[in-house]
Design a protein around this ligand. Structure first.
Ligand SMILES: Cc1cc2nc3c(=O)[nH]c(=O)nc-3n(C[C@H](O)[C@H](O)[C@H](O)COP(=O)(O)O)c2cc1C
Length: 179
């Protein structure tokens, strides 16, 4: 039987029925995942309280507390966000700031990560800066095995019609399943 992949979804869009959500839902429907879904709007940011420096764990109490404590158990971290000013949304960045506790707690994960980005910024669209920012955040937890799904012209082609994005999605699924 196919192994269930324990997956932490950090959802950085404001729209549960938007372009980013479409790709997240399509992705999750194609893997056998045990999913913890966090809407980044519900997550508090790191405030540099430094308590994790001594205890090695984040002392903020919210929906991310438990997943951070159990972070070793996740096989996949899925970060999904629209581009805002060619960066991940403030909601996703704010959530990922809590990974600083993993860095200071010297946790090195074996998890894989998948980054889903959508943008509709016309000719100026560029996901490279956002990818780099997310790579830095994920590296705090030692995660370097990352695949990408990008739908970058949602102003003219919505994510559900974006063949290139769906091809990236299928190739990420294969990589994550080790096929
Ligand atoms: C404040 C704001 C800034 C944005 N900046 C960019 C941008 O820099 N580049 C881009 O390609 N799209 C930009 N967009 C467009 C969104 O990324 C795009 O519409 C995205 O597909 C929305 O995803 P959603 O349907 O999940 O909300 C911006 C949208 C907003 C609201």
């Amino acid at each position: 039987m196919e192994k269930r992949i324990k997956t932490l979804v950090l959802f950085g869009s404001a729209h549960r029925d938007g372009n980013t959500a479409y790709l997240v839902d399509t992705f999750l429907n194609k893997i056998n995942a045990d999913v913890t879904f966090l809407d980044c709007l519900d997550i508090k940011p790191c405030i540099d309280c430094s308590k994790c420096l001594e205890s090695g764990k984040c002392h903020i109490n919210d929906k991310l507390t438990r997943p951070l404590e159990d972070i070793d158990s996740y096989g996949l971290i899925l970060c999904a966000s629209p581009l805002y000013f060619n960066q991940p949304t403030p909601m996703l960045l704010s959530t990922l700031s809590r990974f600083q506790s993993l860095y200071l707690g010297k946790k090195k994960l074996n998890s894989k990560a998948c980054i889903i980005l959508t943008g509709g910024g016309g000719e100026a669209v560029n996901s490279g800066d956002a990818e780099k920012t997310l790579r830095i955040a994920l590296r705090c937890a030692g995660i370097t095995d990352i695949c990408y799904i990008r739908s970058l012209h949602t102003d003219t082609v919505s994510a559900n019609d974006d063949k290139a994005a769906l091809a990236e999605l299928n190739s990420c699924i294969k990589k994550i399943k080790g096929e």
